[in-house]
Ligand binder design. Structure first.
Ligand code: DGY
Length: 330
């Protein structure tokens, strides 16, 4: 590579990372609030050595073809990377980076915010007050389930799932989890978490919080059948990826009282259309994919994504590669 590496940064990210990229590279930064339209993105990455992508940018064979054979790194500004065809990148020797770890606690905080807000009907209460309907204290007004002492079922017991469990300990909850395999007792033990089959978890939990990656196996994991296994009093929280829940089945389950409430940070599609039936329901709380949106965490994600990008364009191993196999045989 002659001169400074050429990179495209697909959105303005916090200075904590952007500055380093702009100083070290011949960088073009997409400055709009909305993601680059596909054709603009494909044009912008032509001839780049590295691209900093967001979860809204699809990285596939077409992307890699248009970027060209000199492309060395795709640094995704997210811990999730379901927008990236990792196998296609690996085949072409392109390193892929993500931002694990730094957003774990912030995401767990939001899962808890949603859990409590849905249980205690906070958004409904706020609408009730603003709508001028608050006339008196009412013994039956906006009743919901207790959180303390309840049973929490965590589906996907990785870093974020475990951080959600740690918070549940303070609420004296019984913690059940399900994952592809049982975790070692060093992890389970201190959290007092019990591994159970998914059907048992869904049948016993008062709160179900989803923390799986989006894969072909987890797409529509929460379908009509599995929603039907939940208690009618249960609350479903999703801070993972929208397509993990089948939206039509969720709508029907919430409408028909199959479950009590849902709280979603992620939807399918994203953004959720304003005329989506889910938005007509009082027992469905939706926020716009903000689980990692604290100033501190977004800064750390930016620094990490920049470090991955810069390592990649310099031909050095990424600090947090998603496809370490890309280095095999080098
Ligand atoms: C991620 O990192 O995968 C989140 O969805 C956005 O922070």
């Amino acid at each position: 590579m002659a001169g400074r590496p050429r990179v495209f940064v697909a959105r303005v990210i916090p200075e904590d990372g952007l500055r380093a990229v702009v100083e070290a590279c011949d960088a073009r930064v997409w400055e709009d609030e909305l993601p680059p339209p596909r054709e603009e993105l494909l044009r912008a990455i032509e001839g780049c050595d590295g691209v900093l992508t967001l979860l809204t940018d699809r990285v596939d064979d077409e992307f890699l073809d248009r970027a060209g054979p000199q492309l060395r790194v795709v640094s995704n500004y997210a811990v999730g990377f379901d927008n990236v065809d990792v196998a296609a990148c690996t085949r072409r020797g392109v390193a892929v980076g993500n931002t694990p770890g730094v957003l774990t606690d912030t995401t767990a905080d939001l899962a808890w915010t949603l859990l409590m807000a849905a249980a205690r009907r906070v958004p409904e209460g706020d609408r009730y007050v603003r709508g001028g309907r608050w006339k008196t204290w009412g013994p039956m007004l906006l009743l919901g389930p207790d959180v303390h002492g309840a049973t929490l079922g965590i589906v996907g017991f990785g870093r974020i799932g475990q951080a959600v469990a740690r918070r549940a300990m303070g609420f004296g909850m019984t913690i059940l989890y399900h994952d592809v395999a049982r975790l070692p007792s060093e992890i389970e033990g201190p959290l007092g978490a019990a591994f159970v089959p998914l059907d048992e978890l869904l049948g016993r939990a008062d709160f179900v919080s989803l923390h799986v990656n989006l894969t072909p196996e987890t797409r529509h994991l929460m379908n009509a059948e599995r929603l039907g296994w939940m208690k009618p009093s249960a609350v479903l929280v999703n801070t993972s990826r929208g397509p993990v829940v089948d939206p039509k089945s969720l709508y029907e389950a919430l409408r028909d009282g199959v479950i009590f409430a849902a709280a979603l940070d992620v939807t399918d599609p994203e953004p959720i259309p304003t005329d989506d039936p889910l938005l007509t329901l009082d027992n469905c709380l939706v926020v716009p994919h903000i689980a990692s949106a604290s100033r501190g965490t977004r800064g750390k994600m930016a620094a990490m994504a920049a470090a991955n990008l810069l390592a990649g364009v310099r031909g050095v191993r990424l600090p947090t590669p998603v496809n370490p196999e890309v280095y095999e045989g080098r």
